[in-house]
Design a protein. Structure first.
Ligand code: NAD
Length: 339
């Protein structure tokens, strides 16, 4: 099987490309490098022991139907994993138009290219943001959906679009609702390297620990949670990558459109994560609790039963392993792939 991985130079995309390769699939990466660098592609090829002929890289926009169609035909693609999107909740509140244009435009582009080339298996990067501010936790795939920010709406509209294309019989789709991926490949040679200042907790925390940023700001200390800081379901990015292999495998026997949570089923507060990181580092991480950030929800974690049943997948790596692996990468590469 040959898989096109859009956004495959990014954080989850690189780890997934490696997992797909290890599972015996041919991988082709397409990315416009808007939030990544080609050095990430070099790192993933190096972990695979592969070169540019084995794992081709196409630099371009996933919204470009002609480019994606040509890539599918040239490389004999059978399946697509679509990561390419902007992903910052806070930036989406400031730039909703850019988020709708890129996230919907790239998804529609990929689906049009798949329709034009008769490729029908798609895994879509969705998010627990589609549950908005949940009334009850854990959230199941049947929990009410909504969104608390423009980024979340792009994922929810993306899911609705795919459900309708699938119900017309044109696609088989897994909507993977990720919770909060953290960590890095255990080799320390590949990890998260966002452009600009990170907007997610763990990359921000690690950049403070390595001296790139001064102090961590914990957004909100007055939520209705045990210590007042928000609670999230963190999962190891390598577990998440393996979930994509399981999803592609399951698509053969699961036609239509299926939404599946990928999380651990356990929530940690932001302050608990900071304390666990301090344990891993063996020193304090400067941090302060500040006002809430627009678009954030108080608490969310996953019900994982469907992922176990449909995909045969569970997230086995614990919080300490996530933070130790993330730190190994950050400590060895203080400036990310640039250094
Ligand atoms: N990291 C998270 O916490 C998280 C949680 C839930 C869902 N997701 C989703 O998972 C996917 C991957 O996230 P990530 O953390 O790896 O982010 P990332 O920014 O590291 O990776 C996304 C990649 O897509 C590329 N890209 C963006 N727009 C593109 C376009 N139009 N054409 C081609 N390439 C494009 C970027 O350059 C980047 O390499 C995204 O769809 C994101 O919304 C991420």
């Amino acid at each position: 099987m040959a898989v096109l991985v859009t956004g495959g130079a990014g954080y989850i995309g690189t780890h997934t490309a490696l997992a797909l390769h290890e599972a015996g699939r041919q991988v082709v990466i397409l990315d416009d490098l808007s939030n990544s660098s080609e050095r990430a592609v070099d790192a993933v090829r190096s972990l695979m022991g592969a070169d540019a002929d084995d794992v081709p890289f196409v630099c371009g926009d996933a919204a470009d139907v002609e480019l994606v169609s040509r890539t599918i035909i040239d490389h004999g693609i059978d399946e697509v994993v679509h990561f390419a999107a902007f992903k910052s909740v806070s930036e989406s509140v400031e730039r909703p138009l850019a988020y709708f244009a890129n996230n919907m435009g790239s998804l529609i582009g990929v689906v049009e290219a798949m329709a034009a080339t008769d490729v029908r298996r798609l895994v879509f990067s969705s998010s627990c943001t589609v549950y908005g501010e949940p009334d009850e936790v854990p959230v199941t795939e049947a929990s009410p959906t909504g969104a608390a920010n423009p980024y979340g709406w792009t994922k929810l509209h993306g899911e609705q679009f795919l459900e309708q294309v699938a119900s017309a019989g044109d696609l088989d789709v897994m909507l993977l609702r990720y919770f909060n991926p953290v960590g890095a490949h255990p080799s320390g040679t590949m990890g998260e390297d966002p452009h600009g200042i990170p907007t997610n907790l763990v990359p921000f925390l690690m950049q403070v620990a390595v001296g790139r940023l001064d102090r961590l700001r914990v957004f909100g200390g007055d939520y209705d949670t045990p210590d007042g800081s928000p609670v999230r379901d963190y999962l190891h990015v390598v577990d998440l990558a393996e979930g994509h292999v399981a999803a592609l495998d399951a698509l053969g026997s699961t036609p239509g459109c299926t939404a599946v949570n990928l999380g651990t089923g356990r929530g940690y507060s932001v302050l608990e994560v900071v304390a666990a990181a301090e344990q891993v580092l063996g020193r304090p991480v400067p941090h302060e609790v500040v006002d809430r950030r627009p678009g954030d929800v108080a608490r969310i974690w996953a019900e994982t039963e469907l992922a176990e049943r449909v995909l045969g997948w569970t997230a086995g790596r614990d919080l300490t392993e996530m933070l130790a692996d993330h730190w190994r990468w950050q400590e060895a590469h203080p400036a990310g792939f640039g250094g």
